[in-house]
Design a protein around this ligand. Structure first.
Ligand code: FAD
Ligand code: PYC
Length: 418
């Protein structure tokens, strides 16, 4: 993540040797004793929140506190699928808001986030899968989201490598297809938001873990950190799988479970797959990175935990599923496997908004699907913190839905089996 950047144009103009305008990736600054707003968690969502706060709202001095290095959590570990084809209006409109921001993000940040709209296929293997696909695509049309139902033959035309033979254990009967969906580069997204936020004056503090919260009279007053005490009256927590631990510091029991979720990549190969293929029924999904690696993701581990690796049987199952869809990949060598910790809410939807503690806001519960939401999540969370009122798109995702009962069940459209 560290290093320096320069434009090709200025290099051509001035040459490498005499180049005078090297711009550091972001400003290195020490933690200050007080800030107007502190964001806890320097993943994509935290950095995006800080960027949109600084860009769109006048809230004074902002810091992002990150216990490790910027973008080193789930942002670094995910398989980068971006899409908005969710079922329910609340979720679909939020993810579509995000997808629209993705479409202009490289220009907005002046940093190439390598967003590639190569389309996403969600395969159906049973009659019930196909009924669910038809229902979701019909909902997407009403929401103004691009979506198509394809037959098996139409899928085969677009992905000739896919085995659609009826003799398969779970034959492909068809798919939903979102052409505007795709992938982006995980590190570039974190880096782009970090640089742009830093340029707007946000302090980005790495190696700074929040260890306690100072709350008096029902209001947040400051944070204890491994680099000392910080005074602040507005705190946004964006800590993904570690959100329940931050909640506990504020005396809140968050309705979240932390689960391992795994992925693995192959050796680099020539381009063989130019789209994204997902299947919840066989528990695997696949794309190919710009480096040529097959990027393969698994279903969620059933048990709870914080070990960033996951169970071997889950990844075995996924390898089998991918070989079932693409028998020719059985000979490809795999290079790396890893896990991240995702925070899953009971209705598979995020929690965005205020808490019972005044000035303390949470943005979490994105589970297996938060990468695609990075710009949208930061955008609506920044608004929520700045106005002390939920952004209209964030309002349905308030924490109090677990007491009012206004849950939004997105398990079916989560993209990853859980
Ligand atoms: P993170 O990037 O995890 O950032 C949170 C940060 O908070 C971390 O850097 C952490 O160090 C920091 N932190 C935690 N506690 C503290 C503390 N006390 N003090 C200071 N800092 C703290 N989503 C998709 O949309 N598409 C996908 O294809 C996809 N694939 C995935 C594949 C895998 C294997 C995994 C694990 C996840 C996947 N996801 C996907 C989900 C996605 O990665 C997450 O929802 C998203 O990255 C969350 O972003 P974030 O910025 O909230 O979290
Ligand atoms: O939500 O699309 C998704 C997704 C893909 C892989 C993990 N999550």
């Amino acid at each position: 993540m560290h290093g320096q950047n320069y434009s090709l144009w200025s290099l051509l103009k001035h040459g490498f040797k005499h180049h005078k305008t090297w711009e550091p990736a972001w400003r290195r600054v020490p933690l200050q004793p007080s800030y107007d707003v502190v964001i806890v968690g320097g993943g994509g969502h935290g950095l995006a929140t800080a960027y949109y706060l600084a860009k769109n709202h006048k809230v004074g001095r902002i810091a992002v506190l990150e216990k490790g290095y910027l973008g080193g959590g789930n942002t670094a570990r995910n398989t980068t699928i971006v899409r908005s084809n969710y079922l329910w209006d609340e979720a679909a409109l939020l993810y579509e808001h995000s997808l629209k921001l993705w479409e202009g993000l490289t220009e907005d940040l002046n940093f190439n986030v390598l967003f590639s709209q190569r389309g996403v296929f969600n395969l159906g293997h049973t009659l019930q899968d196909m009924r669910d696909i038809e229902r979701r695509v019909a909902a997407n049309h009403l929401q103004g989201i691009d979506a198509h139902v394809l037959t098996a033959a139409e899928v085969k035309e677009k992905i000739p490598q896919l085995d659609i033979s009826r003799s398969r254990r779970l034959p492909v009967l068809g798919a939903s297809w979102q052409p505007r969906a795709g992938i982006a580069h995980h590190d570039a997204v974190a880096r782009g938001f970090a640089r742009a936020a830093s340029r707007l004056g946000v302090d980005l503090i790495e190696g700074c873990e929040v260890t306690g919260m100072d709350i008096a009279g029902g209001r947040i007053k400051g944070l204890q950190t491994t680099q000392g005490y910080v005074k602040t009256e507005r705190v946004g927590c964006v800590a993904a799988g570690h959100s329940s631990m931050l909640g506990r510091m504020a005396g809140l029991r968050m309705p979240l479970e932390s689960h391992p979720l795994q992925a693995f990549v192959s050796e680099s190969m020539q381009r063989v797959i130019d789209t994204v293929i997902m299947s919840n029924a066989v528990h695997g999904y696949l794309s190919q990175s710009d480096k040529g690696e097959l990027v393969i993701g698994a279903g969620i581990d059933g048990y709870l935990g914080y070990g960033q690796r996951g169970s071997p049987h889950v990844i075995d199952h996924t390898a089998a599923a991918i070989i079932e869809l693409f028998p020719q990949f059985s000979r490809v060598r795999m290079n790396r496997q890893w896990g991240g910790i995702v925070d899953v809410a009971p209705d598979a939807c995020p929690i965005i908004g205020k808490t019972p503690v005044r000035g303390l806001y949470f943005n979490c519960g994105w589970g297996t699907g938060g990468f695609k939401a990075t710009p949208g999540s930061g955008h609506v969370f920044a608004h929520t913190i700045a106005h002390d009122e939920p952004h209209p798109l964030a309002a349905p995702f308030a924490l109090d839905r677990f007491t009012t009962g206004h849950l939004i069940d997105e398990h079916g459209a989560a993209g990853v089996a859980h």
